[in-house]
Design a protein around this ligand. Structure first.
Ligand code: PEP
Length: 250
C-alpha cells in the first residue's frame, strides 16, 4: 500500500481574522483535491477556520500541543482542546519549537502520544541542522529523532512524518533532490524496521523547507516523497493552491 499524499500548510505566527479570506479562496479553488489538504493556523484562528471549513475537504490542525489533557500549564493548549474546536491534525517537533523552546525528543514523544489519545493525526517533524549535515551526521540524526520522538506502535492513519532540513526552512534554500531522496529512503527504512513494511509504506513522509510553486513538482517526483509541509508559501491561497495542483499531478 502506498501512503496517501498531503499538502500541509504551517502558518506559524502569521494570520489575523482578515486572513480567513485565504481559506475561502482555497476551498473555492480546490473543492475536491486529489490529496489531503490541511492548514495549521495560529491557535487564535483554529476554531474559526474549523467552522469555516466544516463542509469542505479542507482540514485544520494545530502547531503544537501539551502532553497533558488538562492542568496548571499557563499558556499551553492540550490535544483534547485542539480536537474540541475542530482540529484534526497537530504539528509536533517542528525545528522552531525544538530550538526556541528546547523541546527534547522525549517531550515530543509525549506530545505525539497525547495527539493520538485525542484522535488527532500527529505530523512529526524531523531534520538535521546545517552543522549536522556538514559533519555527515544527517541520517544518524534522523534515526535518533525517529527513535526518540515517535512512540512505539504508530498507527499509519494517525501518523505523518515531515522531513525538514533545518537549514532549508524559511531560507529559500531547498535541499537537492538527491538529498531529499536519501533522507526519505532512510526514514522509510527506519519505519520499516520498527513497524514492518506494510505500516511503514502507509505512513506519509512529507518534505518541508522552502517549497514553492516553482519547485514543488520537482520535489514531488522524488521517490518516497508523499507531499509537503509548507510554511511561507501556504499563507496565500494562490501559492498553496499551485503546490496542491503540483501534488495532484505527481
Ligand atoms: C515550515 O514551517 O515547516 C517550513 C517548511 O517553512 P518554509 O516552507 O517557509 O520553509
Amino acid at each position: 500500500m502506498s501512503a496517501p499524499k498531503f499538502a500541509i500548510g504551517n502558518w506559524k505566527m502569521n494570520g489575523l481574522r482578515a486572513d480567513q479570506r485565504e481559506i475561502d479562496a482555497l476551498i473555492a479553488a480546490h473543492p475536491d483535491p486529489g490529496c489531503g489538504v490541511v492548514i495549521c493556523p495560529p491557535a487564535t484562528l483554529i476554531a474559526d477556520l474549523a467552522r469555516q471549513s466544516v463542509d469542505s475537504k479542507l482540514s485544520i490542525g494545530g502547531q503544537d500541543c501539551h502532553a497533558d489533557a488538562i492542568g496548571a500549564h499557563t499558556g499551553d493548549t492540550s490535544a483534547e482542546m485542539l480536537a474540541d474546536v475542530g482540529a484534526a491534525y497537530v504539528i509536533l517537533g517542528h525545528s522552531e519549537r525544538r530550538t526556541n523552546h528546547r523541546e527534547t525528543d522525549a517531550e515530543i514523544a509525549a506530545k505525539v502520544t497525547a495527539a493520538w489519545r485525542a484522535d488527532l493525526v500527529a505530523v512529526l517533524c524531523v531534520g538535521e541542522t546545517e552543522a549536522e549535515r556538514d559533519a555527515g551526521a544527517t541520517l544518524s540524526v534522523l534515526s535518533q529523532q525517529i527513535a526518540g520522538s515517535l512512540p512505539a506502535g504508530a498507527n499509519p492513519a494517525r501518523t505523518i512524518i515531515a522531513y525538514e532540513p533545518v537549514w532549508a526552512i524559511g531560507t529559500g534554500r531547498v535541499a537537492e533532490t538527491a538529498q531529499i531522496a536519501e533522507a526519505h529512503k532512510a526514514l522509510r527504512d527506519d519505519l520499516t524496521k520498527s513497524l514492518g513494511a506494510a505500516a511503514a509504506s502507509a505512513i506519509p513522509i512529507l518534505y518541508g523547507g522552502s517549497v514553492k510553486p516553482a519547485n514543488a513538482a520537482e520535489i514531488f517526483a522524488v521517490p518516497n516523497v508523499d507531499g509537503a509541509l509548507v510554511g511561507g508559501a501556504s499563507l496565500k491561497a494562490a501559492d498553496f493552491g499551485a503546490i496542491i495542483a503540483a501534488l495532484e499531478g505527481a
